[in-house]
Design a protein around this ligand. Structure first.
Ligand SMILES: [Zn+2]
Length: 222
């Protein structure tokens, strides 16, 4: 009889409430060892050049996967890295980042194998979250012609991950915050990335925008 290969999954059984506090002590030791002024410099203020809008998924932490340190990336995360026109949480983070911190880049980062995307592709009810996932279903509808031709479920979900990032980059460009920054001559790039859980590689979707020149129709503000 052929033994089925056991699927490997990251072991979290050692993670407890107490272990996090112990981990904090180790983090402090390591940080001070590298730079005795590490905390005093950070306590004096922040000047992150990047705003990251990513998925809440535990496997896609902005700092670790970009090899960056505290103070270097301003982060907003939600399920499936959405940029929703009327989300006051996202808009507040965006406004603060662009107009107070003067970030140079805003990056929407999705990831292949995103549970939010997979859930949005189904007809199943999951609860309150269905109303959030509806925004992803709207993206699906925009690209239904292309998506429906992909028969492999995983490939179709991964394609929707990419389209969702592209649409959310566009949603960022639609905001008065980003367009006013461009209008005022502020240096600001908006970008879309997709992270692979399987390889750790980030792929640039090549949809970067630095002005509203390519924006169409009613979305382009004067
Ligand atoms: Zn996700």
């Amino acid at each position: 009889m052929c033994a089925k290969k056991q699927e490997l999954i990251h072991d979290t059984s050692h993670i407890t409430y107490e272990s996090l506090l112990a981990g904090n002590k180790k983090f402090i030791e390591k940080a001070i060892d590298g730079d005795p002024d590490f905390f005093s410099k950070l306590a004096n203020g922040q000047k992150p050049p990047i705003l990251w809008i990513g998925c809440a998924d535990s496997r896609v932490p902005a700092n670790q996967i970009t090899n960056t340190q505290p103070g270097e990336i301003f982060v907003h995360r939600n399920i499936a890295n959405m940029v929703i026109h009327s989300d006051m949480n996202m808009l507040s983070v965006l406004d603060y980042s662009v107009n107070v911190l003067n970030v140079k880049h805003v990056i929407v980062t999705g990831h292949y194998g995103c549970g939010g995307i997979i859930a949005a592709m189904s007809n199943q009810q999951f609860g309150l979250i269905d109303n959030w996932l509806c925004h992803i279903k709207d993206v699906y509808r925009l690209y239904a012609n292309q998506l429906d031709t992909i028969t492999n479920e995983k490939e179709r979900a991964n394609k929707l991950v990419e389209y969702n990032v592209i649409e959310n980059v566009y949603n960022l460009c639609k905001t008065s915050i980003v367009q006013n920054a461009w209008k005022n001559g502020q240096e600001l790039g908006v970008h879309g990335w997709v992270y692979s859980l399987e390889t750790g590689v980030i792929t640039d979707m090549n949809v970067s925008a630095y002005d509203n020149n390519n924006m169409g129709g009613v979305f382009k503000f004067k």
